[in-house]
Design a protein around this ligand. Structure first.
Ligand code: CU
Length: 155
């Protein structure tokens, strides 16, 4: 439990249920990022995609980049369909509306890791720093999962 929540509960316990003076203007909340994961990569494959869930804070924000020591280069990619083919292309950013979730999922928007010096191994965890227009840098840990039956990303 977060210290602030604990304090709030303590305050409620001390003041009792009759109090109405507790409610205060909530502090501005930044965007959050969670559940970051990537598929393990086969040997020789130098790209991987990271998926995660963003939830907007009290104001709209925009994911504008990412960096990790695990890859030489990253891009934010969107998937578009043309002539029946799904294709990825770089995008400048991903809008995160206030208090709304934005899921980066397979076959959708993702963070592309490029020039991997070595494959991602299932069970591995590595840090990823997300760059937001308003919130600045937010660090997440990416969990590498076993590859499933879905095809690898096509470039
Ligand atoms: Cu991609």
């Amino acid at each position: 439990m977060k210290p602030r929540a604990t304090l709030a509960l303590l305050a409620l316990a001390l003041l009792g249920p009759a109090t109405t003076t507790y409610a205060a203007e909530p502090a501005p909340q930044a965007v959050t990022a969670s559940d970051a994961w990537a598929r393990a990569t086969p040997p020789g494959m130098a790209v991987a995609a990271v998926y995660l869930t963003l939830v907007g804070g009290s104001q709209a924000d925009r994911l504008v980049g990412a960096a990790t020591p695990r890859a030489a280069m990253t891009q934010i990619h969107v998937v578009t369909e043309a002539e029946g083919m799904a294709r990825m292309r770089p995008t400048a950013g991903v809008d995160v509306p206030a208090r709304k979730p934005v899921a980066l999922v397979p076959q959708g928007t993702h963070i592309m890791l490029m020039n991997l010096p070595r494959p991602l191994v299932a069970g591995e965890r590595f840090p990823l720093t997300l760059q937001f227009q308003q919130a600045g840098r937010i660090d997440v840990v990416v969990e590498v999962r076993a590859p499933d039956t879905a095809p690898p990303p096509v470039h």
